[in-house]
Ligand binder design. Structure first.
Ligand code: I24
Ligand code: DGL
Length: 266
């Protein structure tokens, strides 16, 4: 089908999800909104995150999309269910795909979830995991230093290694065989996270699992695209900064990035 897949996020982090969708479904056109002017969502009160998420979803609905992906874990945690009730196109978030993959993987029924404060406080991952497997124990951990670390550009340095090791210290006394990266930015730190948890623990990214869900839903509805897509990106903040990060991360040239205004009347 001609219509694009809509992807919304608090900023550029959701490009980790967009990249997985592009990799799995290279013919699909993506319309992406990053609310870079109001990023990060992680520390914000839930009513605010819900409000901002609605604004992005409505803006994409007006542009015409066949499916909406909430790429931001914090936004998914507080807004998914209400958006699913309102929109006529399928709306998927990143929490259920991550939870499902973790349940499939865990042998000991013990899963750790790394996420922002907002996501951890919402209890969304516990709820999603409990509905799939009531016997699975969840160890949630907020890692509030990780998003600023990635966004500082220091994510490859030895400073990054130290911050990740420090942030994951509370996991030392916990038992688990599976970790969900429940935040858009954490796949960037995956190597350091794997170093801390050790080789006997599987680290899963919600981003990758979500792309599989998108594929399944579109295939089921007979809505998979054919052809060469021209993606469009919209940012509420700086266009050149967004473009730089997007082209670097997605390994694309000449991406189309425009400024978008979101208001409470949306
Ligand atoms: N990564 C993210 N956000 C940033 C960044 C980064 N700066 C460097 N890198 N900045 O998120 C956020 C600041 N805003 C200001 C307003 O405009 C938008 C940006 C993670 C991105 C994950 C795809 C590091 C970096 C990069 C390129 C690719 C990946 C990456 F520069 F981690
Ligand atoms: N996109 C957010 C998430 O996945 C991380 C960045 C933010 O706090 O806005 O939870």
């Amino acid at each position: 089908m001609e219509a694009p897949i809509g992807v919304i996020d608090s900023g550029v982090g959701g490009l980790t999800v967009a990249k997985e969708i592009m990799r799995l479904l290279p013919n699909e056109k993506i319309y992406y909104i990053g609310d870079t002017a109001r990023c990060p969502y992680g520390p914000r009160p839930r009513h605010e995150v819900r409000n901002f998420t609605w604004q992005m979803a409505k803006a994409l609905e007006r542009k015409g999309i066949k499916l909406l992906v909430i790429a931001c874990n914090t936004a998914t945690a507080v807004a998914l269910h209400s958006l699913q009730k309102y929109f006529s196109v399928p709306v998927i978030g990143v929490v259920n795909p991550g939870a499902r993959a973790a349940i499939k993987n865990t042998k000991r029924h013990e899963v750790a979830v790394l996420a922002t404060r907002g996501t951890v406080e919402s209890g969304a991952y516990e709820e999603a995991i409990a509905s799939l497997s009531s016997s699975t124990h969840v160890v949630p951990l907020a890692c509030p230093t990780f998003v600023p670390l990635v966004e500082s550009g220091e994510y490859k340095s030895s400073v990054a290694r130290g911050i990740v090791h420090e942030g994951l210290k509370p996991l030392r006394d916990e038992s688990f065989d599976t970790v969900i990266l429940g935040c858009t930015h954490y796949p960037i730190l995956q190597h350091y996270i794997e170093e801390v948890v050790g080789e006997h623990v599987t680290v899963l990214s919600s981003a990758e699992e979500t792309a599989k869900d998108v594929q399944e839903i579109l295939a089921q509805r007979g809505e998979l695209a054919i052809g060469t897509p021209q993606h469009k990106f919209f940012a509420t903040g700086s266009v050149p900064i967004f473009k730089d990060i997007a082209e670097d991360w997605l390994k694309l040239e000449q991406t189309e990035v425009a400024r978008i205004k979101l208001t409470s009347s949306d």
